[in-house]
Design a protein around this ligand. Structure first.
Ligand code: SAH
Length: 394
């Protein structure tokens, strides 16, 4: 195993158990590790700090795995980590829910690996060469732990490119999932297209928030913006909303949503699905003076990095101002951001600006976060990305 010495002072973050070592922190590499190779990291005084895997192409040159010199990340080590993560989800998987995230990368001590369960199928994202190297172990262990019928690769090509990896997609193990896999969440059925769907096919990070919000919807008229396959709206219909209007720009999303309404035998007359840009649709509703009791705003990631923060803040503000303008007086706005770069305080500030612009008064009555299958590792704040506010708007 090749040794790497860090620049003076760069051991601090490692000692705080942050799992990333940036390329600028490396003082010396004692050899030529290949991408994905295990390395041993030392400080300037040659004190052992941690084991990790190396990548010459990535901004994150070493992803750290173990801080104990006696705990070498061998096959057994990987299998243990996989077992810990999968077993921690057992209580989540019930009669009501058979889909969740099984492995959440750094936050589950498995940097570069994401695994989602969709009923009998697993979708995997292999985002680094370190994980690519141990793929056979991962597939074998996951199959043993879950009894999955098939494991499908759904890696994000941009993330793989950062690590110098080729794009991949396809069957990794077992049988190919059918075009539509049926899953259940909060007792609601969904058709998921693992192969074509966005991200990994379903946004299971909103499971708890959908359920929580549903407690407010009885006999209310709900607008679900950025609906995707209907997550929030379907929970609202189940909980007795009088009407749910869903808006998404993707034809596949709207089509899947309509299928999901049928699948659950919900009253179709209570659901309207509109394929349009949300900002345009909100302006249209405003012009037509159409109002809602509850407005949900769950946009895609507007700030992929800190450098995009200013532009993203403006986009969040404009969206929320419009969202507020179509609410009945005293109505509820459930507004989310899945940008890691926007923390909860910044998000509250943005909502405050939106309220001022819209000429509204806002009370926060609840804060949303990410569910337990998207844990927040205390030494890795970057893993905290989903936040939301439930606001009463006057
Ligand atoms: N609320 C959803 C997840 C939203 S993901 C759920 O509970 O599952 C974000 C969605 O926004 C995607 O479906 C994407 O198609 C849609 N989208 C992105 N930009 C959009 C835009 N400008 N107008 C409308 N929809 C948009």
């Amino acid at each position: 195993m090749i040794d790497i010495i860090l620049n003076k002072g760069k051991e601090k973050a490692v000692l705080q158990k942050h799992p990333w070592v940036f390329s600028g922190a490396l003082a010396q590499i004692k050899g030529k590790p290949a991408n994905g190779d295990l390395v041993k990291v030392f400080d300037t005084k040659n004190t052992f700090l941690a084991y990790g895997y190396y990548n010459a192409e990535s901004r994150v040159a070493v992803r750290l795995l173990s801080w104990d010199e006696n705990e070498i990340p061998d096959e057994n080590w990987w299998r243990m980590r996989l077992q810990n993560a999968v077993n921690a989800r057992q209580s989540l998987l019930t009669k009501e829910t058979n889909t969740c995230r099984l492995i959440f990368s750094e936050s589950d001590y498995l940097p570069g690996l994401i695994a989602d369960k969709y009923g009998d199928y697993l979708s995997l994202q292999v985002l680094t060469s370190g994980i690519e190297n141990i793929k056979p172990i991962i597939l074998d262990e996951l199959q043993k732990l879950t009894g999955a019928k098939g494991i499908f690769d759904k890696s994000d090509e941009k993330a793989r490119a950062h690590d110098g990896l080729q794009e991949t997609e396809g069957l990794l193990w077992g049988s190919l999932p059918p075009d539509f896999v049926e899953v259940k969440e909060n007792g609601i059925k969904y058709h998921i297209n693992i192969r074509e769907g966005q991200k990994s096919g379903f946004y299971c990070d909103q499971r708890d928030n959908r359920k929580f919000l549903a407690t407010y919807v009885k006999e209310k008229k709900v607008l679900d913006c950025f609906s995707y396959s209907g997550g929030f709206g379907l929970n609202a219909l189940k909980a007795g909303a009088s009407k749910v209007v869903s808006v998404d720009s993707s034809a596949l999303a709207i089509d899947t949503l309509r299928k999901n309404i049928e699948l659950n035998k919900f009253d179709q007359s209570k659901s309207e699905a509109i394929q349009n840009d949300v900002n345009k649709q909100l302006r249209l509703f405003k012009e037509q003076e159409e109002k809602f009791d509850i407005v949900i705003l769950d946009p895609p990631k507007y700030a992929p990095s800190r450098s995009a923060l200013v532009k993203a803040s403006r986009a969040y503000k404009d969206l929320n101002r419009l969202g507020m303008s179509v609410l009945e007086r005293g109505g509820l706005l459930a507004t989310f951001s899945c940008s890691g770069a926007v923390d909860i305080d910044t998000f509250k500030q943005i909502i405050a600006w939106a309220a001022l612009d819209a000429g509204k008064e806002v009370q926060i009555i609840h804060q949303f976060s990410q569910p337990e299958d998207h844990p927040i590792r205390i030494s890795f704040p970057e893993g905290e990305y989903l936040k939301g506010l439930l606001c009463r708007v006057y």
